[in-house]
Design a protein around this ligand. Structure first.
Ligand code: SF4
Length: 378
């Protein structure tokens, strides 16, 4: 600790968002982490999603519409991003509070240079009982074929690929950069060959755009071991002009699939799993549905999200992030925080958490400014 007095500081308000609750200054009373910290609804901190870039080479209409994220859009400067060392340091502290799974997201995480080096750092982090932290990554698959082997060798355990259709014209329209579907399919094959199987395939279903691709997706990946999850189109951020009548409820998707396949419901793998699971009766595989709109799962939500520039978000639909970077780096007004001060700050923030946006979604929440999904990852 330098000689300068430790001045309690209200963290910098993020210009991209609105209001919140418990600010942390790193001056909170420190109790050594116990591997278990619960929020106001009794939910433990188990999953950390880390956005490593706010940039993407796609312009998916439901996430990063071109008319907003155009050539004039100001993305973060490199100096604003957390370094790999800063991310790994924060990850260790989150793990000390009970995090068991770390998912790397973006934007498109594979656009971040040398990402395998970060994965190797995270792969060396152990939970309190000495087990490996489960490192996963979500990608649009555009450069996966080139990177899969390196990622697997660095310690990546699991991968999820976003794929919104098999029909090339529909896929190109949804990514809105004319990117061919065959390259993503090839990336999936290369990743599987590199040992990252089974791969989860996430398809966002938007009525009037790609719902007629649902059966084809289920048929294509049946028997491959990969698991397709159909995701309800969500009102993330404030850019995608979301409308409820463009949502295809999961019940409708399961009904549609049941016309074509013999499916049986399956118990979740663990408490808090977001996907509802269904298995092909002949054992040829599994599909899932993720129902944030029609069937909120906030009561079991154990996820925290760290933005690319070090803001901690407690919900995908949050209005504000807690500035951990200033605590990490210090400022004119305060020295950089120690590990125990960061532990105290993160514990303090999580304990004050009561987010449950999907349960509250409606006229009251509609006007709320929300952080962009491309900034904190899905
Ligand atoms: S809406 Fe927020 S609290 Fe609810 S499940 Fe999603 S991220 Fe968790």
């Amino acid at each position: 600790m330098t000689g300068r007095a430790f001045i309690p500081l209200i963290p910098l308000l993020n210009t991209r968002v609105a209001s919140s609750r418990a600010y942390a200054t790193g001056n909170e009373p420190h109790t050594p982490p116990t591997g278990h910290v619960a929020d106001k609804l009794g939910r433990p901190l188990r999953d950390l999603r880390i956005s490593v870039t706010d940039r993407c080479n796609f312009r998916c209409t439901y996430c990063m519409p071109k008319e907003v994220f155009d050539s004039g859009y100001r993305f973060l400067r490199h100096a604003d991003l957390l370094s790999f060392e800063e991310i790994a340091r924060l990850a260790r502290i989150f793990v000390s509070h009970g995090v068991e799974k770390i998912r790397l997201t973006g934007g498109e995480p594979l656009l971040r240079k040398d990402l395998h080096k970060l994965i190797a750092m995270l792969a060396s982090v152990k939970t309190r009982d000495g087990t490996d932290v489960d490192i996963a990554l979500t990608t649009n698959g555009s450069v996966l074929a080139r990177k899969a082997q390196q990622l697997a060798e660095a310690g990546l355990k699991r991968i999820t690929v976003s794929l919104d259709g098999l029909d090339d014209a529909i896929f190109r329209r949804m990514n809105d950069v004319d990117f061919p579907v065959r390259d993503v399919l090839n990336g999936i094959d290369v990743a599987a060959a590199a040992g990252l199987a089974p791969i989860k395939i996430n398809m966002v279903v938007k009525r009037g755009v790609n719902e007629h691709e649902v059966v084809a997706m289920a048929r294509h990946f049946r028997g491959t071991g990969h698991i397709v999850r159909f995701i309800e189109y969500m009102d993330v951020g404030t850019s995608n002009r979301w409308r409820m009548d463009e949502v295809v409820p999961s019940a409708e998707i399961v009904q549609l699939l049941a016309h074509h396949f013999d499916l049986d419901p399956v118990e979740p793998n663990y408490s808090g799993e977001v996907a509802e699971r269904w298995r092909h009766r002949d054992g040829s595989g599994e599909i899932g549905v993720i129902s944030s709109v029609s069937h909120a799962f906030c009561r079991a939500c154990t996820r925290a999200r760290l933005s690319t520039e070090g803001k901690l978000y407690l919900c995908l639909f949050a209005g504000l992030g807690h500035d951990l970077r200033t605590l990490l780096r210090g400022s004119e007004l305060q020295p950089a925080a120690t590990d125990s001060q960061l532990e105290a700050a993160i514990g303090h923030i999580w304990r004050a958490r009561d987010d449950r946006y999907s349960e509250l979604r409606g006229p009251l929440t509609a006007p709320m400014p929300k952080v962009e999904m491309s900034y904190i990852g899905g």
